[in-house]
Design a protein around this ligand. Structure first.
Ligand code: AMP
Length: 378
């Protein structure tokens, strides 16, 4: 990381690699605080590009674009894990970069991530690395069946994953994925899923957001419930484990750790080196939200207060809602304690994250009940 004078104050330019919804919410937070924002994303309709002071439309590996970013920005961050580590290294020569290339390289490949977790004593679902069809028999013997075959790179939201019950199914899935490196994971019977979003600064101090309880449908996050309906002791363990992951990685930035809860035990599912969908509740329910926190840690400002001000339920809005005449916004907007966030995406495809809403209520049961009703009414 370059040794620019910290903190970086409003008026300076901050950069972000990636212009999706996470980049958009970072951009809004940074501009609200008086920073200028430069977004690098090849997509001319990028949700973050619409909000930025400058949108550089180029590939993430484009040398000239990286130079432009590195010269204009006091600091650069990223909104996705598939950013080429080499681009972060290039940028780090001229400006502050967080998170660093080393941490991103660990988590952008499931096989590295799982091996790293196991090596450092973090519990995971049983897994085996699969590089060729010949590895599958031994892998299946290790994980048992059913199991999930997941591509090591570029899988997200349940894409690049197949549930397999037999060796024939595993072979067919491996071929379907083009024989690329995969991780085979034993299928875990889940009590529930939880996640922790945190920020860790250069001095190693951590600020943790409250634990979220997450429900997924078809591998995509559907609903987050906060406070999570789990014993305090388990929530405390999740927070401690998430912090230990960040400390062990020497991480600087905002990150999320997703957990499976199985038989009362916590298994690390995934690490995201960025703000996370399961932290969108913070936008309306916490003193500081995860995107302001991303700005703060990037700029070297003191970390913001992560206190929860109200119980909250976050509901994702996916592209399928646009079929049959589009979402019924009236029903949603009629409620005074529902906060709608849309990401400015034109093309509504099934499974595409178009927006989310947060339902706030002092009574968590009432918040969940209203969220469920609005989820159906949309
Ligand atoms: P992932 O993209 O790997 O986070 O998977 C998306 C979702 O699929 C998870 O949040 C779980 O709901 C489910 N899932 C993934 N892996 C497993 C597993 N090994 N056992 C049970 N459920 C899983």
């Amino acid at each position: 990381m370059s040794s620019k004078a910290l903190p970086i104050l409003p008026g300076a330019t901050l950069g972000i690699l990636g212009g999706g919804q996470l980049g958009r919410m970072f951009t809004i937070a940074a501009r609200t605080m008086g920073y200028r924002v430069m977004v690098l994303d090849p997509d001319p309709a990028s949700p973050a590009g619409q909000m930025a002071d400058v949108h550089v439309r180029a590939a993430y590996t484009d040398e000239a674009a990286l130079r432009q970013l590195g010269e204009a920005c006091a600091a650069v961050t990223t909104e996705f894990e598939n950013v080429p580590a080499a681009s972060l290294v290039t940028l780090a020569k001229t400006c502050r970069v967080s998170p660093g290339a080393d941490a991103v390289a660990v988590v952008q490949d499931r096989s590295h991530e799982k091996s790293w977790l196991a090596r450092h004593g973090f519990a995971t679902a049983p897994f085996a690395l699969v590089y060729s069809e010949g590895d599958l028999d031994e892998a299946l013997a290790g994980t048992g069946t059913p199991a999930l075959l997941k591509v090591a790179r570029f899988g997200y939201d349940g894409k690049g994953q197949a549930r397999v019950a037999t060796r024939e199914e595993a072979r067919a899935a491996f071929r379907e994925f083009g024989g690329q490196p995969c991780v085979l994971e034993g299928f875990v019977t889940l009590d529930c899923e939880v996640s922790v979003v945190l920020a860790r600064n250069d001095a190693g101090a951590c600020a943790l957001f409250p634990v979220a309880e997450n429900r997924h449908v078809d591998g995509i996050l559907d609903v987050s419930i906060v406070p999570a309906r789990v014993p305090d002791e388990l929530a405390g363990r999740a927070s401690a484990m998430a912090q230990a992951v960040a400390d062990t990685l020497g991480y600087v930035g905002v990150m999320a750790v997703e957990f499976f809860v199985a038989g009362g035990e916590l298994l690390v599912n995934e690490i995201a080196p960025r703000p996370h969908n399961s932290g969108h509740y913070t936008l309306d329910a916490c003193v500081t939200d995860q995107f302001e926190q991303q700005v703060r840690v990037l700029a070297g400002l003191p970390l913001g207060d992560t206190r929860l001000m109200s119980p909250v339920v976050m509901v994702n809005i996916l592209g399928e809602r646009w079929q049959d005449g589009g979402p019924h916004w009236n029903a949603l907007l009629a409620h005074s304690a529902i906060k709608l966030h849309l990401y400015g995406k034109d093309a509504a495809r099934a499974g595409r994250k178009m927006g989310h809403f947060n339902v706030l209520d002092a009574d968590p049961v009432a918040a969940l009940d209203l969220a469920e009703r609005m989820r159906s009414a949309l």
